[in-house]
Design a protein around this ligand. Structure first.
Ligand code: CA
Ligand code: CA
Length: 266
């Protein structure tokens, strides 16, 4: 079906996505929030929980990152949502690792075959000096994929990847004034290497919730520090919610991170 990656691609992988992952011990655990059975550790990907995800009732408008992701030739950044509202989803990098929206910038380049794999496509920032990174891409092939034999990339899933110095961010600009629930989770999809990532959910310039994934870990946003607040977030039209992935201690190898994001009007 697919030819083996070229030598150039393998070099690229070693430089960009780290065949030889190095894990750092002793990173601060940001998950140590009280009152949740899920708050103390990050866990391996849980297929049963995956099956239960998205099973809840729907009361209002729902925005789903993966479902709304527009693929070529209809790609947009910023992108309309599923209701036709313009400029709702933003695929962003940053100038630094600070959570400062003034330094967030659009990923203005589109990769039609990420890492030369047809069916993996999406946005990246070519100005960082890190090839293809940061990026926010989707598996549009209709089949699960396993690039390099490392990254577990389910059909239809959106994965983002930071650099050592640039956050990878998905922004949602609210088309409504009201209250929304932010659901979803972050999953390290390359468990072969790396030190995991930090994730954050922010409202404009204020972090609402955060967590740390160990390599191969997954965590629902609701289980992170401050995760309870995501059940009801008051927004005005034009406000931004950001889901941010930080490389964790500046180590970015093997940080392909699946984001499931569902924003539901209450
Ligand atoms: Ca990893
Ligand atoms: Ca990392």
């Amino acid at each position: 079906m697919r030819a083996a990656p070229s030598i150039a691609l393998l070099i690229s992988l070693a430089g960009c996505n780290g065949i030889l992952g190095i894990s750092k011990p002793g990173s601060t655990d940001l998950d140590a929030g009280p009152g949740s059975i899920d708050s103390s550790v990050t866990r391996p990907f849980d297929a049963a929980a995956d099956a239960a995800f998205d099973a809840g009732p729907v009361d209002g408008l729902v925005w789903n990152l993966a479902a709304d992701f527009r693929v070529a030739p209809d790609q947009q950044n910023p992108s309309q949502d599923g209701y036709g509202n313009p400029d709702v989803w933003y695929y962003l990098g940053s100038e630094t690792l600070a959570h400062d929206p003034a330094t967030y910038r659009s990923m203005d380049d589109y990769n039609f075959a990420l890492w030369d794999y047809d069916g993996l496509e999406g946005w990246f920032d070519s100005t960082t000096g890190f090839e293809d990174l940061p990026h926010a891409c989707i598996n549009s092939s209709g089949s699960d994929m396993n690039p390099f034999g490392q990254v577990v990339w389910p059909a239809g899933a959106v994965l983002i990847h930071p650099t050592p110095a640039n956050l990878a961010i998905v922004g949602w600009k609210s088309p409504i004034t009201g209250t929304v629930e932010v659901g979803g989770r972050a999953t390290d999809r390359n468990s072969t290497c790396g030190n995991g990532v930090l994730w954050f959910v922010a409202h404009n310039d204020t972090d609402l919730a955060s967590g740390a994934l160990d390599n191969g870990g997954a965590q629902y946003f609701s289980a992170g520090l401050g995760g309870d607040s995501l059940a009801a977030v008051t927004v005005s039209a034009g406000d931004f919610l950001y889901v941010i992935v930080d490389p964790r201690d500046g180590e970015y190898v093997c940080d392909s991170t699946q984001l499931d994001v569902t924003i539901t009007e209450m």
